[in-house]
Design a protein around this ligand. Sequence first.
Ligand SMILES: [Zn+2]
Ligand SMILES: [Zn+2]
Length: 393
Amino acid sequence: MPAPSDLKARATAAIEANRDEILALSRAIHADPEPAFEEHRAAARVAAAIAGHGYGVEHPVGRLATAVRGRLTGGLGPDGPRIGVLAEYDALPGLGHGCGHNTMAASGVGAAIALAAVRDSFAGEVVFLGTPAEERGSGKQFMLDDGLFEGFDAALLFHPADRDMVNCMLLASEDVDVTFVGKAAHAALEPWEGRNALDAVVLLFQAVGLWRQQMPQHARVHGIILEGGSAANIIPDRATARFMIRSTDQAYFESMRERFRALVDGAAMMADVRGELVFSGGSTTMKNSLTLAGLWRANMEAKGLADEGVDPEHVGSSDMGNVSLALPTIHPSLAICDPGVTWHSIESRDAAATPRAETTTLVAASLVAETALDLLTDPSLVTAAWREFRGGE
Ligand SMILES: [Zn+2]
Ligand SMILES: [Zn+2]
């Protein structure tokens, strides 16, 4: 049985009563963007906010300096579901909050505030996790490895978008840092003494461009040059690039890693330099919990919102995929702007600080809290989610 509607109404009223604090947090984080692993001020703001509403806060927690954990035990005792309310707050280098993670931080905090306000109505535990480094590095995988999702029965996290969708489709993704090392020489006086590391980067980009011709629709590879030399009259002895490889097909994704490694080796051989690559920060495809998704959808519909469904033409990546392979997880989206706004752009960055985004942030907080209450007040729903997760249905 879903949680009673009057309980959900009390939770939503708590969000309304604290709307100024919740929206001030969203604005402050939007105005002060910090990239992955460096979200020090955002994490401190989030930690202070939930500490002010009765959560026992650890910051940092685990190995990541910008991770936050807040725990709140239900007033009916600790024995019950353990529900994870997540929040992201990293920004994009050079762009700011073009992914709107400020709204995710604020909605997660808003949901935590709402659940604290009705804690007397449930047994179990709400664990708020501030999760750094989604845009690069897959911070949630470190937090999984650090045991911070231990005992969780569900993980809930909203993402802003240009549409309302409950289920989430994700590309498996990994960052690859490539370094080519050659030999410096005067570019005019004795260029034959040099080994040009930048040549290998240029060759690698050409190889990737040709590789794309044979790539299926579900695969992506894209990169930037980080270092390409220091002066035009020096043969570059060092050049570095960062790529991401992605696919919605986990098995194909594994084959892409090997192919990319071969391209790096080939480029190094052609330029007569040494090539090295380091894979890091992998995220996986998404396993949607249909049990949790059903609860979220019902709560959405009660607010007059409709699920527009997954758009397979526009698919990104997230370390929520990694969480979804460990426990029942949903990562639903809600619109903060009209359809068609390009993501990771100035338009999406500006959209994340509009009155419409703020309205959506409060709605998202309410939906996370209501879905958490469904689970906290009826542990049979948790049992159903685990049965589905383990393939028992
Ligand atoms: Zn994002
Ligand atoms: Zn993003």
